[in-house]
Ligand binder design. Structure first.
Ligand code: GLU
Length: 484
């Protein structure tokens, strides 16, 4: 083996396979609101990448903005990740709690000469910009303190600024965007530590990523420019740079940046609409990443297949039809008991009454015939009406119409037949067929009234499935109710 290949001095993705480094990813949300669907996808990509590489997936709450960060938002983010099934390793890190460490690194950079004290006031900076604008020069602030002799430093408040390179270029060898080149004369000497000693967000991210051992930074491409500035800190400190993968943001179906007017943008809204978590994971994985033509896959497949090469360069569009189709297939694939448990969680989340023990048993028994063609939990509940409703059933309008005089006559002949039948599909089919035949009609004619009697609905699982699930006594009682 010739060792790990290097490109621009960076460690290559996959280095872990060579035993050099274990993958560590992180999701670093700012707790200033709900968990956006784009954030959920970023978390998912990081989780898949870590889990697929036997690595670690960390959670960091970027709560340095004290005015906008709230504990409620943090709780909502954790809840959203839990619902989506994305487990993180260890305790979440609070960025704010690490502020002393951020200051320590800024001071170390100061001591090393890769940062400097800047005493310029806000007014001076504004005046610099106004003058630059008038002279049509770059308005990027150039501090007069950058190369000042410390002997000239006043006894006044100062910020610590990065002494960024002014010439040449910074290249981010991004795993999604390719090599992205930034001119250094367009990147300013950003502030690392404010005059009150608090770190800036840009600085805190780098210190945390280093200290947490993050090897792969997978995040939205709105952070690409930040990467060009953040690598300066890695380089100044002599720290290994992570692999960057900046993923295109999610767009609405019309190709425009996703916003409220496209519909739901918060993950919780999808939960409350009743999409199953496995379906959401599958759909979000496909939103901007692909593995050949595979649309529907298991979590194990997603973990095994997920790679940075499969992430597309153009923004993915939200597609509700595809979401529904994937969710439908995930429900059909799911284990019955797991579906019932998730359905119960859905009822609790939406404030609906919980299932009774009897309803839960019936749900478990009947799930096999409910889960085909249901795309959401509300779909499942609608199909399960026949086993959730109590006698006497009140048929809806369409069902009531099929219970005419003639049909009720046929049903009342069928009722005693069923009372004596052995409760197998074959026998039930034979008994119903015999009664239909005696009336010179087919099963099609008798199915409508049977559905109405058994479920009070016209769209239901097959009549034989319903009878098998609710059992003989309940079947006979419902037929008697309908023919009385
Ligand atoms: N806190 C940033 C955000 O919520 C993410 C920063 C990062 O991933 O580096 O957009």
């Amino acid at each position: 083996m010739t060792g790990i290949s290097q490109e621009n001095g960076r460690q290559q993705d996959g280095a872990d396979h060579d035993g050099a480094q274990r993958v560590v990813t992180r999701f670093a949300p700012s707790p200033t609101g709900y968990l956006h669907i784009g954030g959920a996808r970023t978390a998912l990509f990081n989780w898949l990448y870590a889990r697929g590489h036997g690595g670690t997936f960390l959670l960091r709450i970027e709560d340095t903005d004290r005015e906008r960060s709230t504990p409620e938002a943090t709780a909502a983010i954790l809840k959203g990740l839990e619902w989506l099934g994305l487990d993180w390793d260890g305790e979440p890190t609070s960025q704010f709690a690490r502020k002393d460490r951020h200051a320590e690194v800024a001071r170390a950079m100061l001591a090393a000469g890769s940062a400097y004290k800047c005493f310029s006031t806000q007014d001076e900076i504004a005046a610099f910009r106004a003058a630059a604008e008038a002279e049509k020069r770059s308005t990027l602030f150039q501090s007069p303190w950058r190369d000042a002799d410390p002997a000239t430093h006043p006894d006044a408040p100062f910020v610590i600024r990065l002494k960024a390179p002014r010439e040449g270029v910074t290249v981010i060898a991004d795993r999604v965007q390719g090599d992205v080149t930034f001119r250094n004369d367009q990147l300013d000497d950003m502030v690392l530590l404010r005059s009150d000693g608090t770190p800036t967000y840009m600085h805190a991210v780098v210190v945390d990523d280093h200290d947490m051992g993050v090897t792969h930074v997978i995040r939205g491409d709105d952070h690409l420019t930040n990467a060009a500035r953040q690598v300066q800190i890695f380089r100044a400190m002599g720290w290994a740079e992570p692999v960057f993968a900046h993923i295109p943001l999610i767009h609405g179906p019309d190709g425009k940046k996703l916003s409220k007017r496209h519909g739901a943008v918060g993950l919780e809204e999808y939960q409350l609409m009743g999409y199953p978590a496995a379906g959401m994971r599958n759909y979000l994985a496909r939103l901007g990443w692909s593995h050949g033509d595979d649309e529907v896959f298991t979590d194990a497949q997603a973990r095994a297949w997920f790679d940075l090469d499969g992430i597309g360069r153009s923004p993915a569009r939200l597609d509700f039809k595809k979401l529904e189709s994937i969710c439908g297939q995930q429900i059909a694939m799911a284990e019955d008991a797991a579906l019932v448990a998730e359905l119960e969680a859905f009822l609790a989340a939406t404030g609906e009454p919980a299932l009774t023990d009897r309803q839960r048993d019936l749900m478990l028994r009947g799930m096999y015939c409910l889960k085909e063609r249901a795309k959401t939990f509300p779909d499942l509940i609608e199909k399960a009406h026949f086993l959730l409703a109590d006698r006497p059933l009140v048929p809806d309008e369409k069902a009531a119409k099929s219970l005419d005089e003639v049909s009720r006559g046929i049903l009342s002949e069928l009722t005693p037949q069923l009372r004596n039948a052995s409760w197998t599909r074959e026998e039930l089919e034979a008994r119903v067929a015999a009664v239909a035949e005696a009336h010179g009609t087919g099963l099609g004619k008798i199915a409508g009234p049977l559905r109405a009697a058994l479920a009070g609905r016209s769209a239901t699982p097959s009549v034989f499935d319903m009878m098998l699930v609710i059992g003989r006594d309940e079947t006979v009682a419902r037929l008697s109710d309908a023919t009385r």
